[in-house]
Design a protein around this ligand. Structure first.
Ligand code: 0A1
Ligand code: ZN
Length: 882
């Protein structure tokens, strides 16, 4: 039968949604596994929607069809048609059984979607990735999340080559076959969408733990990894157990199968995947040991383990009706993970980390041509919509809803959401409806947040009337990109606030004449374009602390003086807002340096931090963050014609001014004091010390390279773990220290066989912000450890260069742009998903100053003209060019 070439991709639109004409009640899959070729039979029990008179159409992506039968009768070629994407079958009825057999080529699958090989032919293992539309690369199926089916999966393979056979669901028998082969069966009692199907087969080791759920189910937790990695799975196991307990306590959610499998692979396009009962993790989000994992990475492992586990309810038991609702599971699950991590670690530090990520990744996305609503209205390639907007902004929207309902109200709402939608494919309306209904309130006004792109601006202006002892706060919202466009509805914007007197004390709040004794913090909701809030009994002109805890994902514009920001930086008891005041002040100090007009903010920033540096009353980790100005990407958001090299230099000067104010001697002494406590421990105090030690060393490195170089060289060699080692290496490289070369060489040799540690060796060099960055990347590409076939390695070198090194990537001659464009073509032929994600680094080129803009446009236009780009890359490049 003839396979037609792929057709021009059409746009899929939310408004075109139709319920499926055909569903699948049960699926029986039978795999004969092999690395070069795998064959599988699928038996689907079909259900027809009588109200739609449509022929049976199944998705199937370039499958080699070996046989096909309907209700036990082999079909003649005239009874079906296969275009290469869609299989149309004549004669199917409600209750029909369709049987197909196909052959797959796992070893040739470099896109890592569907069934593929991780590692080498000799020692690697087979696994699947089905979200979003990978199942159609495995078999013919209505591959959409609103088709939920019960799965029974049988795996057969050579026992020596594939001793471990896993699929989602509960184990349902295993045994020997002839010729050294064996089989195993898994049955999943919970109907699920096809994107949650998974299998794994190969030589893997495991660690196990018994777990009993709060509702009394005995569960075996098993984490699987290759032999050289199994020793690094213990931390993930602990994190899994903590996640399971937390979900029982915080949401009353229990695990619902007898086994929970987790598998680590080095070949994965994303962070991890929540397949029912068989989570698959990118090794970098699962493996952890002190020698190769930094503190930040430890926290990331804990967060991703929790995220995937939490999906079992927010995603699996209640799934999405269609991919436009992706944030229903992702935004909600990110929020659940953020709450968990805040409970496990320091809540303000977690908030700082999450808001930093939002600003670094999501705000620029939302401000450029790739901007899209949390619920997009259309897409060409769904894999391009696993974005910071859907995940991170989506989580902020859930946070606002949770804030509006309060802790108990949110829990009530979530209980109702799970109860109503268990086993169903839901929409964002179902979510808001359940939260509102459980609390007798209407949350539908928040739906507007899901439908519009762009970061809203919130203008705040305060006026104090000394005679009436009144403080009037005027809040106004402004939606971005609205010039000439239809006016958008006002969004509900919850603003958590407090008022401080000029000594840094919190004032009691009497809003609009209501007396609420003892209240010093409250939430006002701006529901109109502009609103005034009047506070009475205010004894002196206050300083407002607004959007505390970042209560809404907006850009706040408030006419603070540097002194007022310094006051908040010194006194705000909300750890997040204290940091935020410091960030605002640092950004103003940056502008002082850039414009040369005033030095008020610069002085205020340095003076406030010098006080905090000496005060000792503050957490080391928070102090480290306070001593760090906004990153280059965030600073660029404030510019009109962006010159990333200029921004880099200004930010360096800003930090130098801070370092000078603190003084080399004080920095050195602080470093020594912190270094005296060096341990390998993972408790919060030890992590906080390492974080501050790193920051202090970086600041000293700006002032006195020789001294910092000596300290860093010693720290590198004596480091008890990766956090200290990598920090020292970074300082040596940034300071161009004479000891840098030997440390790099030592690292390369020490970690030659540790892929995750080696990734950091590539990344740290790709991020050196000097003129030679593009040439350094070319040199590193020639290292035998580099390959375009491994997404983590691509991320480590090319990703770190284009995202983590703005001044290097944006070199004025356009060398960085050309390098990226060339690599994208090569990468696209191997792995379109990874290519498309990397290509988003071109986002925002329109706002570059003219010379760079021209060079970027030329590189992107040439790429756009390239023949045969994948749909993934074409959609991003097309979008970026607009
Ligand atoms: N649902 C996963 C993310 C994910 C999406 C697509 C993938 O395909 C390669 C893999 C993972 C999560 O949010 O964890
Ligand atoms: Zn997720």
């Amino acid at each position: 039968m003839h396979v037609l070439p792929e057709q021009t991709p059409a746009l899929i639109r939310l408004r075109d949604y139709r319920a499926p004409a055909w569903r699948v009640e049960t699926v029986e899959l039978d795999f004969d596994l092999g690395i070069e070729a795998t064959e599988l039979s699928a038996r689907l029990l079909l259900r027809r929607d009588a109200s739609q008179n449509l022929p049976l159409r199944l998705d199937g992506e370039n499958l080699q069809l070996l046989s096909i039968a309907l209700d036990g009768v082999p079909l003649p070629a005239t009874a079906y048609r296969y275009t290469g994407n869609v299989l149309e079958v004549d004669g199917a009825r409600d209750g029909s059984v369709l049987e197909t057999r196909v052959r797959l080529r796992p070893a040739a699958n470099t896109a890592l979607e569907g069934l593929y090989l991780s590692g080498s032919h000799e020692t690697g293992f087979l696994l699947t990735q089905c979200e979003a539309e990978g199942f159609r690369h495995i078999t013919f199926f209505p591959d959409r999340p609103d088709v939920q089916s019960r799965y029974s999966v049988t795996l057969r393979a050579d026992r020596a080559r594939f001793p471990v056979l896993l699929a989602g669901g509960n184990p349902d028998g295993s045994g020997e076959l002839e010729g050294g082969r064996h089989w195993a069966r898994f049955v999943d009692p919970h109907p699920k969408p096809s994107y949650l199907f998974a299998l794994v087969a190969g030589r893997l080791e495991k660690i196990e733990r018994d777990y009993v759920t709060a509702d009394g189910r005995a569960v075996q937790l098993k984490i699987w990894a290759e032999a050289d990695a199994i020793g690094r799975c213990g931390y993930a196991m602990d994190a899994l157990e903590r996640s399971m307990r937390w979900d029982e306590q915080a949401y009353g959610r229990n695990y619902d199968l007898d086994v929970f499998h987790v598998v680590a692979t080095h070949d994965f396009n994303m962070g991890a995947m929540e397949n029912k009962g068989l989570n698959i993790f990118n090794a970098k989000c699962l493996l952890a040991d002190p020698d190769s994992t930094t503190d930040d990475e430890y926290r990331h492992v804990e967060a991703v383990v929790a995220h995937e586990y939490f999906h079992n309810w927010s995603g699996n038991r209640v799934t999405c009706r269609d991919w436009f609702q992706l944030s229903l599971k992702e935004g909600l699950t990110v929020f659940r993970e953020q709450s968990f991590s805040a409970d496990m670690n320091s809540a303000p530090l977690k908030r700082i980390e999450d808001v930093s990520l939002l600003r670094r990744a999501q705000f620029p996305e939302d401000a450029g041509p790739l901007a899209h609503p949390v619920r997009p209205a259309q897409y060409s390639e769904i894999n391009n919509f696993y974005t910071a907007t859907v995940y991170e902004k989506g989580s902020e929207l859930v946070r606002m809803l949770a804030g509006a309902l309060g802790r108990a109200g949110f829990r009530r709402g979530m209980d109702l959401y799970f109860e109503r939608n268990d086993g169903h494919a839901a929409t964002l309306e179902d979510f808001l409806g359940a939260l509102g209904d459980a609390n007798g309130t209407d949350l539908m006004p928040y739906l507007a947040w899901y439908g519009q792109a762009g970061t809203p601006r919130l203008k705040a202006h305060g006026r104090y009337d000394a005679v009436r002892q009144e403080y009037t706060l005027t809040l106004a919202q402004h939606a971005p990109g609205t010039a000439g466009a239809e006016p958008r509805p006002a969004l509900p914007i919850p603003v958590k606030l407090a008022l401080f007197d000029r000594d840094g004390g919190m004032l009691p709040l009497h809003l609009d004449g209501q007396t609420s004794e003892g209240i010093t913090e409250l939430v006002v909701v701006l529901a109109q374009v502009e609103q005034r809030f009047v506070f009475g009994n205010v004894a002196s002109s206050p300083v407002p602390s607004l959007l505390r805890g970042f209560s809404a994902p907006v850009i706040l514009e408030c006419d603070y003086t540097p002194g007022e920001l310094a006051l908040l930086l010194g006194h705000d008891v909300d750890g997040f807002n204290r940091w935020e005041a410091g960030q605002q002040l640092a950004a103003r100090a940056y502008e002082d340096l850039r414009d040369g007009a005033s030095a008020d903010a610069l002085q205020a920033w340095c003076a406030a931090l010098a006080l905090l540096f000496d005060s000792h009353g503050i957490d080391d980790a928070l102090l480290a963050d306070l001593l760090t100005p906004p990153g280059e990407v965030e600073l660029a958001e404030r510019e009109t014609a962006i010159d990333p090299q200029h921004i880099h230099h200004l930010r360096q000067r800003l930090q130098l001014r801070l370092a000078e104010r603190l003084g080399a001697e004080a920095l050195h002494q602080r470093y020594l004091a912190l270094a005296a406590h060096t341990t390998i421990d993972m408790d919060a105090t030890s992590q906080a010390r390492r974080r501050l030690k790193r920051r202090v060393l970086e600041l000293l490195n700006l002032l006195d390279r020789a001294r910092a170089g000596e300290l860093a060289a010693a720290q590198y060699h004596d480091a008890p773990g990766m956090t200290d080692r990598l920090a020292a290496l970074t300082v040596l490289l940034r300071g161009q220290a004479p000891q840098a070369a030997s440390a790099l060489l030592d690292y390369r040799t020490r970690y030659a066989d540790n892929a995750l540690a080696l990734d950091k060796w590539f990344a740290v060099q790709a991020q050196i912000p000097d003129e030679d960055a593009p040439e350094r990347v070319l040199m590193l590409e020639r290292d035998p450890g580099f390959t375009l076939k491994n997404p983590n390695r691509v991320q480590a070198l090319l990703g770190a260069f284009v995202r983590g090194n703005p001044s290097g990537f944006h070199r004025i001659d356009g060398a960085g742009y050309r390098l990226l464009a060339e690599r994208l073509i090569a990468l696209d032929a191997l792995n379109p998903q990874v290519a498309a994600r990397l290509a988003t680094a071109f986002n925002g080129w329109q706002r570059l100053e003219s010379q760079r803009r021209g060079a970027a446009r030329a590189a992107i236009a040439e790429l756009a003209g390239h023949h045969g780009l994948s749909r993934n890359l074409a959609e991003i490049i097309g979008g970026v060019l607009n």
